[in-house]
Design a protein around this ligand. Structure first.
Ligand code: SAH
Length: 348
């Protein structure tokens, strides 16, 4: 049986007609599915019981569910979300003064094998369907209101997976999240984070979405980057730089550069100079990320002296630099730690 959310609007109208129902019912059903985030047909209380039964007989409803949840001492909350086939991803809610940021996943596992990332070690399992991405948002938004008494204000696709390798589903999910007739979120509050998939960056630029783009650069030295991020091989730094310049030219957006400091790997002053040079063709904001160690880690975080020297070089080059504080350390909710453990890890 088909999940009702996998069929399009027009086939739904056809189904209603064939079953002697008025076509405008499709709009009501659609609103329940994509705006109100209904979890079952029973919730669609403005439909007749007969119609709800008919829908139930003809369609399934594969809602994701929260399998586990853990709160950190800094109020960050990590969720394990389970889909209809039992596959799981993680999502995180990060509250700050006026915001609740949701960090959402885009794939189960990840095919990119970045050397420092825990998700990479599980390999790629499957893409999330756009309805599953919406489920992540709806489930976490409901919990955000219950826990923090506030809606999700910002979304970052920085959980498990590579969003630009799940391009079509991500584009549909973003259209639903930002669409006037759907969730109506501002695209400027949504950020896609990519390891640097050139084809996807160009395609995104051509779409003209005004959502934020973050690049997990982590090195502007081709040899070093190739070693820590094998994605560099098919997406060389020089071409990546050109794709980012194209993105800026098309969208006029400033690009966020994520830079994870790994001791003695990418944290020298020379590496900072290379980073500044890489960023010259477009405006950027650089987020320095502290490394979160993962089991059997090959890496160490930079010590404060090296880190400060690295940042000083960037500041001398007039770059905007933020140091991103790691949240949810005690529940392994930080970047690259997602899914590193099983459900057991959520017992804090
Ligand atoms: N594939 C996308 C989004 C998922 S990774 C991307 O690469 O951007 C989200 C962020 O976490 C990336 O910047 C990634 O490089 C970073 N990250 C991965 N492992 C990490 C770790 N152990 N410590 C800190 N950040 C990590």
């Amino acid at each position: 049986m088909n999940d009702i959310r996998y069929i399009g609007y027009d086939p739904l109208v056809t189904f209603l007609r064939e079953n002697g129902e008025k076509p405008f019912r499709a709009k009501q059903i659609w609103t329940w599915l994509w705006k109100r985030g209904a979890g079952s047909f029973d919730e669609m209380t403005d439909l007749s019981v007969a119609l709800r039964t008919k829908l139930q007989e003809n369609f399934t409803f594969h809602r994701a569910e929260i399998a586990e949840e853990a709160r950190s001492s800094d109020k960050t909350t990590k969720f394990l979300l389970k889909f209809h086939d039992g596959k799981m991803v993680e999502g995180v809610l990060i509250p700050s003064k006026e915001r609740v940021t949701a960090c959402l996943s885009t794939q189960v596992g990840c095919p990119l094998h970045c050397a420092f990332c825990a998700t990479g070690t599980m390999g790629f399992i499957r893409n999330l369907h756009y309805s599953e991405v919406i489920d992540e948002y709806v489930l976490l938004n409901n919990r955000a209101q219950e826990i923090y008494n506030q809606h999700i204000t910002n979304i970052v696709f920085m959980g498990m997976g590579e969003p630009l390798l799940n391009f079509d589903n991500m584009m549909t999910a973003i259209s639903i999240l930002t669409g006037k007739d759907y969730f109506a979120l501002s695209p400027t509050r949504i950020t896609l984070s990519t390891a640097g998939i050139i084809k996807g960056i160009k395609a995104l630029a051509d779409r003209g979405f005004r959502c934020g783009l973050a690049i997990s650069l982590h090195s502007a030295d081709p040899n070093v980057r190739n070693q820590i991020m094998p994605v560099t091989e098919g997406n060389p730094l020089h071409d990546l730089q050109a794709a980012l310049a194209y993105y800026h030219q098309k969208t006029d957006e400033r690009i966020t550069i994520e830079y994870l400091l790994l001791s003695k790997v990418n944290d020298s002053e020379k590496a900072a100079e290379q980073l500044a040079r890489f960023c010259r063709p477009f405006p950027v904001k650089i987020n320095i990320i502290e490394y979160n160690s993962t089991p059997d880690s090959l890496f160490h975080k930079s010590d404060p002296t090296r880190r400060n020297a690295f940042i000083a070089v960037l500041e001398r080059c007039n770059m905007v630099v933020n140091i991103r504080q790691s949240k949810g350390q005690d529940i392994a909710a930080a970047c690259g730690q997602l899914m590193r453990k099983t459900v057991k890890s959520l017992e804090i």
